[in-house]
Design a protein around this ligand. Structure first.
Ligand code: MN
Ligand code: MN
Length: 301
């Protein structure tokens, strides 16, 4: 495959995806578990990073979604390559640090690694949560543009905690969308990819949009698809997504990685970046750049 992509632009898109994810997480956390009506009554349209929410976050702080993605990035950096043991060990270290939040399925999977060294949890049809999909970005960046490698990394990171057909499919598909966006494709092209995905897995159909934004992977993906295609810029995509409430930090994180990569750094509102912890932004830039520079695409350049 011959891809003509300017490495500088690629690095910028990778950074924007990672920062977009963290911003979606930080923005959405304030309204996580609220209904659309509760959000509308309290804020009108919610669109500032203020912290608070049920986790009582400081403004600009992130939750498990970003933190688990950072664990994966850190594992790749430390190990100088992909290793599920290394990722599992970063997850374990993170869980021991008493994070502000950790989903039940993630906690169970990490504990199973800590107790028994489990690197793949058994199949469970009820583990259709979005906890594996929310942390897909590092696997997508580090495998770019190799779709086989993407599949391997997606499933290996996912199954440390989640082993379910729709979670698996979503992880791989989020990675595929990121790969396509990094290649600079149009939204129209992405839409036909999503339509093909919905054809294979009809449960993900989001037209008409049902307005459900729970932590169930199907609801999460429908919300992300709906607002990613409806929004006309990074801010519109993110504001639409998080005002849907429910698992707003996670829908925000996933929509943020797609919209960040698609619209680029310049489209991310400065007022949001200013609200973020600057040490976190620096760490993210370092990791995003490292992951994409060590990807099959840039390794040889
Ligand atoms: Mn979270
Ligand atoms: Mn969440």
């Amino acid at each position: 495959m011959i891809l003509k992509i300017d490495p500088t632009e690629l690095k910028e898109r990778a950074c924007a995806a990672f920062i977009g994810m963290a911003i979606g997480d930080a923005l959405g956390a304030t309204v996580e578990f609220m209904t659309t009506t509760e959000i509308a009554n309290k804020y009108g349209v919610f669109k500032e990073i203020t912290g608070g929410g049920w986790l009582r976050l400081k403004p600009g702080h992130v939750t498990d979604d970003t933190e688990m993605a950072l664990c994966i990035a850190r594992a790749v950096l430390k190990n100088q390559g992909w290793s599920r043991e290394s990722i599992a060990s970063e997850f374990a270290k993170w869980l021991k640090s008493k994070p502000v939040d950790c989903g039940d399925t993630c906690r169970k999977g990490i504990r199973s690694y800590m107790l028994h060294g489990t690197l793949e949890v058994p199949y469970n049809n009820w583990d259709g949560g979005n906890g594996a999909a929310m942390r897909m970005l590092p696997a997508a960046l580090f495998s770019f543009p190799d779709s086989e490698l993407l599949k391997k990394y997606a499933l290996e990171q996912a199954r440390l905690t989640h082993n379910q057909v729709l979670s698996d499919a979503s992880c791989i598909f989020i990675g595929r969308l990121i790969h396509l966006i990094l290649q600079g494709v149009s939204k129209q092209r992405l839409r036909s990819e999503v339509d093909a995905f919905v054809k294979r897995f009809p449960g993900f159909n989001f037209n008409p949009y049902r307005g459900l934004a729970t932590g169930y992977i199907v609801d999460t993906m429908q919300t992300v698809f709906h607002w990613f295609f409806k929004g006309k810029g990074f801010e519109e995509c993110l504001v639409g997504t998080v005002n849907q409430g429910g698992d707003a930090d996670t829908t925000g994180a996933i929509c943020g990685m797609l919209a960040g990569a698609y619209y680029g750094m310049d489209a991310i509102p400065k007022r949001w970046i200013k609200k973020m912890s600057q040490s976190l932004i620096h760490e993210i830039e370092l990791y995003a750049e490292h992951l994409i520079m060590a990807s099959p695409f840039l390794r040889e350049v």
